[in-house]
Design a protein around this ligand. Structure first.
Ligand code: MTE
Ligand code: MO
Length: 212
């Protein structure tokens, strides 16, 4: 990635966020979808699940940035909110169709820390250690990647990763880190929890290992 990418070319690219993306359900189809809420399986690797306290919670953005930042919960909620409806697929074979997510685009979060020209990937660290995963900046800035704090019209519940989780609908659920407390910019993607255990880093639904 070059500095250009974060300069003119980057923002050209980011402006496409406004367009509908593959994997996002068009408005007109929503009513035809099964009612959301059912179908989830709750996963943790190191219980008990982290507990969220809005008074002390912070989201750290660090690594290859000009200005590391710590965002309070109120500061996060003050960023531009977007809504999207997308399907969620776990690599083990279950899916939840038509999940209504609310949250912020990564561009709006990451720009606060001013990623340097060397930044090429973002690693998401969960408050549930040692769960972590990463995406390339191109993936993280794609039109349907979301840092989600709401699900189906309500604040994200504890078991789904409160207060914030990653949503990357075109990739399997293991990319969707729950209880995110740190986003670290690095030159290259780091191997995530399940990737260290053999799953593909690029976990495209239908086009990666571990499924089928
Ligand atoms: N911190 C953390 N995040 C996680 C996981 C986990 O065990 N711990 N499991 C992942 C996997 S494999 C899937 S399919 C989804 C499941 O999301 P859910 O628990 O909200 O159903 O969370 C992902 N994010
Ligand atoms: Mo999963």
């Amino acid at each position: 990635m070059s500095s250009l990418w974060w300069g003119g070319a980057a923002w050209d690219r980011l402006s496409r966020l406004a367009q509908p993306a593959t994997g996002v359900v068009p408005e007109g189809l929503r009513s035809a979808l099964p009612s959301p809420g059912g179908g989830w399986r709750i996963y943790t690797v190191n219980p008990p699940m982290p507990r969220f306290d809005a008074r002390t919670w912070e989201l750290v953005i660090d690594g290859l940035v000009e200005r590391p930042v710590r965002l309070s919960h109120a500061q996060l909620l003050a960023l531009p909110r977007v809504e999207q409806t997308s399907d969620f697929h776990c690599v083990t074979g279950w899916s939840v169709d038509g999940v209504r997510w609310g949250g912020v685009r990564f561009a709006d979060v990451l720009r606060l820390a001013r990623p340097t020209a060397r930044a090429g990937a973002a690693t998401f660290t969960s408050a549930e250690r040692p769960y972590a995963d990463s995406l390339s900046l191109e993936q993280v800035l794609s039109s349907d990647a979301l840092l989600a704090y709401a699900m189906d019209g309500r604040p994200l519940r504890r078991e789904h990763g409160a207060p914030v989780r990653v949503v990357m609908p075109r990739m399997y659920g293991y990319k969707s880190v729950k209880w995110v407390e740190r986003i670290t910019l690095t030159a290259r993607p780091q191997l995530g929890y399940w990737e260290q255990r053999g799953y593909d880093h690029d976990a495209w639904v239908g086009r990666s290992n571990g499924y089928g």
